[in-house]
Design a protein around this ligand. Structure first.
Ligand SMILES: [Zn+2]
Length: 98
């Protein structure tokens, strides 16, 4: 794939993008759940451990850029500074267009 500057989406020509963690929340929740189950056996230490694992995964996982309009995800890209986390107000603009 060629260099993307995110001035517009190659799929739908939308000019708005947001960044988010390429992180499967289900896995994060599962890790926390296991930690919670193990609490009686570890005197609560397992919770601290899974919190650390969760934090580590979160830091390690890179951001992806997502198009507001067609929801296409762009992975392994250099994300320009002007792309901000999900903004509900911008998303509403596109929802009203549908
Ligand atoms: Zn798009």
């Amino acid at each position: 794939m060629s260099e993307l500057d995110f001035s517009k989406c190659p799929e739908c020509e939308c000019k708005h993008f947001y960044r988010q963690k390429d992180f499967n929340r289900a896995i994060g929740c599962l890790v926390i759940l296991v930690g919670a189950i193990l609490v009686p056996f570890t005197y609560g230490l397992s919770l601290a451990l899974v919190a650390a694992i969760d934090w580590y995964l979160y830091k390690k996982i890179s951001d992806v850029v997502v198009c507001y309009k067609c929801r296409k995800e762009f992975k392994k890209v250099d994300i320009p500074e002007h792309i901000t986390p999900f903004d509900h107000h911008i998303a509403e603009l596109y929802e009203e267009l549908d």
